[in-house]
Write a protein that binds this ligand. Sequence first.
Ligand code: KE4
Length: 434
Amino acid sequence: MVAIHPSKQDVSDKLFARAVELIPGGVNSPVRAFKSVGGAPRFIRSASGATMTDADGRTYIDYVGSWGPMILGHADEEVVEALRDALARGTSYGAPTELEIEMAEEITSAVPSVEMVRMVNSGTEATMSALRLARAVTGGTRVVKFEGCYHGHEDSMLVRAGSGVATLGLPDSPGVPASLARETTTVPFNDARALQKVFDESGEIAAVIIEPVVGNMGCVPPQAGYLQRVREITREHGALLIFDEVMTGFRLARGGAQELFNVAPDITTLGKIIGGGLPVGAYGASREIMNTVAPAGQMYQAGTLSGNPLAMTAGLVTLKRLRDKTVYERLERSTARLCEGMTEAAREAGVETVTNRVGSMWTSFFTSEPVTNWTEATKSDRALYAKFFHLMLDEGVYLAPSQFEAGFVGLAHTDELIDRTIEAAGKSFRSLKL
Ligand code: KE4
């Protein structure tokens, strides 16, 4: 595979100039705009396996993977074939299908704590519904989230830590009512005492929502025993524990982070991988909790395209391929190889990095200190990351366009591609020191 590097990115630049006239910021999701790394985004024309090709004909080894879904690789033959067949039967019925039962069987057989599941169309819908469900079941209104964790763009979650961390939340976006933001408390990740303090000081808490392995401040694993402690505290106080596994579900293990760390949440949210790259989300829990959801129960949630046959088709092919447990051993080995190689390349070049990894999720932080929470993550040198990002892009490697995102390795990342990435990283780290 030879990276083609026309002198400039003419076509992408021209497309971006057109896009910004018609789409806010020229993109349909903010992180795609390269704002935190600078420069104009590459417009992608096609992708296959572990690579993507942009509108200027440049091909990149892709470590974003559509932010997680593409664990099999892009345009997987089996997925494409199954979608081709499904298309001929129509694209959406607005009526139940057997595919949705198969998806529910796949999820409930894989995810230990989920006995029943509802399909939705995005991770945001999944977490929004899970929070409403927790409030419906407990009767409480207050929810707790963690600094640096992202759960989609619904109002209750667009809240930053108020003054004095464990106090009332403040809106983190215009349009979020202060009255609603006050119902969300934010505490540091990997600090069980801070969570305990919230319960000691606050009244009825409906839910604690957490990314069990954080991807959205960059990859930050839970410290030993932390998730077990969060489980104990929530159980002691009758608050529901929501594991937001939109990113970690079927990524870290077939049963997600809850299988890996052997901690059973009350509600699980899923997305990304379960749709094989098509729009999808899901939330699941025990029968008792899920029978609260309409039309079985009173908590209302709905969606025109929920359980869409194309998303179910792509998702089912993907999840069935992940039944092979050796998949996760392969991803563990290849991602360890990548991270060890990049860490060594940085060390040899005299660039300070700290790499966090769990399975095939990873982030290299440009810092010399451990990164175990948001405060420590923000100590990373973002300007240096931005330079590294563009040097790697010029070397034909597409990393996450933000220091505060996780990278993903998929089954299509061969040893040859990983070695090319390590070689590109060596050149890029050395260029940083010039
Ligand atoms: P969506 O609504 O974007 O499908 O899912 C929201 C969401 C919920 N929970 C977790 C743990 C997530 O990581 C996400 C979305 N992840 C981001 C990547 N950091 C999606 C990329 C984007 O926003 O464009």
